[in-house]
Ligand binder design. Structure first.
Ligand SMILES: Nc1ncnc2c1ncn2[C@@H]1O[C@H](COP(=O)(O)OP(=O)(O)OP(=O)(O)O)[C@@H](O)[C@H]1O
Ligand SMILES: [Mg+2]
Length: 412
């Protein structure tokens, strides 16, 4: 007798330790509510040795229980089932905030048979227990059909109640995380709209100035004024169309249009096209190309655009007489990588700014920058499965480092 008692006690503590181990896993899934619910169902089934389990969440507005996840072939039909409080055993457990055990479902009129009909599942026995946070109802956890035709016992109830309590905490945390992410996203959208409106407002002011001057010129039939205003008008127009094009580029996910191209040639083109602008800004633009780089597959427009954005930023950042901006390429054959560096000896980027430079609409240039430049660079490079990072020291300068996989065309 004693022996049997001991064995029972040992079995019970083993099960509780097992339950504790299983419950600890809930925490790792709080970032993904669906997976968390699946895990709770799966683990509850195992911990009480049942054939199946189900989990209903409580919708406080409709005062109904519903299935957020329902697995198996009939999952979609099950998801349409909603139970009022007090309806079926789960509904009663929810309403009365207590665990209900039924060891012969066929004799219990409270059983909600419809769910069995939908799933074509025959429930013999079950435990339903409410998931509560204090007085607040989160949902109901059920386990169905104890294995080996046994009835559910007191230990099963205790373990499942403990499980339901832990699940309630994890579900609540998962929901809080979802809410936080949502408000963070909304805050980011708000910020983006604010900086975008600021930028557009400036361009529009440019337009307004030219429009009223053109009105006057037309009234006076004075072509000279129109000649003067027209370039200003075109500049504002170009800024606006560049912004819209950048926004389109940023918001569309496209796969690169690969063709055989020379990274060095792209750099040379950018160098030739920007040499003069750099000089006008007191900057010496220089090239240091690794001639060992073979022709590779890439989307020329996207890579051109990326390097050009880095060069423009570097020139904009360094306007001291005698400053330099260098475009450097290197082949890293062991790593099968082509590296493109754009470095300047400008003011550098403070650490708190470094963290944000790739964010869309982040700019320290006020109305002169849309803040989309580096966001597009990152997007273009990542679409090539490449990486971009930066090294910068305040007062010394900045280097942006692009790494592209060496995609050799098949014919080479
Ligand atoms: N070489 C650099 N030196 C110093 N700061 C830089 C450099 N490159 C980028 N930055 C910082 O990163 C910010 C974001 O750059 P990004 O190119 O995304 O936007 P932008 O240049 O401000 O605007 P846009 O490129 O749309 O006209 C810049 O406002 C600037 O503060
Ligand atoms: Mg820029």
């Amino acid at each position: 007798m004693d022996n049997q008692e001991d064995r029972k006690r040992l079995e019970q503590s083993t099960r509780i330790v097992d339950a504790l181990y299983r419950v600890v896993n809930f925490i790792s899934y709080v970032g993904d509510l669906r997976r968390l619910l699946e895990l709770v169902m799966d683990e509850s089934k195992k911990v009480v040795n049942a054939e199946a389990s189900s989990l209903m969440l409580y919708d406080p507005e409709a005062e109904e229980l519903y299935f957020e996840v329902a697995l198996g072939e009939k999952g979609d039909a099950v998801k349409k089932i909603r139970l009022k409080l007090g309806e079926g055993i789960a509904g009663i457990s929810a309403k009365e905030r207590r665990t209900i055990v039924v060891n012969d479902v066929s004799k219990d009129p409270r059983h909600f048979k419809y769910a069995d009909e939908v799933t074509e599942y025959k429930t013999r026995n079950l435990i339903a227990t409410p998931m509560l946070r204090g007085e607040r109802l989160i949902g109901v956890l059920e386990v169905l059909n104890k294995s080996n035709d046994e009835p559910f016992n007191d230990d099963d109830i205790k373990v499942l109640e403990f499980f339901a309590q832990q699940a309630a905490i994890a579900i609540e945390n998962a929901r809080l995380i979802q809410e936080n992410l949502k408000s963070e996203r909304l805050a980011a959208i708000g910020q983006a709209i604010a900086s975008l409106s600021h930028y557009i407002k400036n361009v529009i002011s440019g337009f307004e100035g030219s429009v009223s001057l053109v009105d006057n010129a037309l009234a006076q039939k004075n072509m000279e004024i129109i000649d003067e205003i027209w370039p200003v008008f075109k500049r504002s127009f170009n800024r606006l169309s560049r912004l819209v094009r950048k926004m389109l580029t940023y918001s569309h996910t496209t796969t690169p249009q690969y063709s055989i191209a020379s990274v060095n040639q792209i750099c040379r083109d950018i160098y030739e096209a920007n040499k003069q602008t750099a000089e006008q800004a007191n900057v010496t633009l220089s090239l240091a190309l690794d001639e060992n780089i073979p022709l590779i597959l890439l989307d020329t427009d996207k890579i051109h655009d990326a390097i050009l954005n880095l060069v423009s930023n570097a020139i904009e950042a360094t306007s001291e007489v005698g400053s330099t901006v260098e475009i450097r390429t290197a082949l890293l054959p062991d790593e099968k990588i082509v590296e493109i560096n754009v470095s300047d000896d400008g003011p550098g980027i403070p650490a708190d700014v470094q963290r944000r430079v790739f964010e869309p609409f982040f700019s320290t240039k006020g109305s002169k920058g849309s803040g989309l430049g580096l966001a597009i660079v990152k997007k273009n490079i990542e679409e090539h499965n490449g990486t971009i990072r930066l090294q910068s020291e305040e007062g010394k300068g900045t280097t942006f480092i692009i790494r592209l996989p060496l995609r050799i065309p098949e014919s080479q």
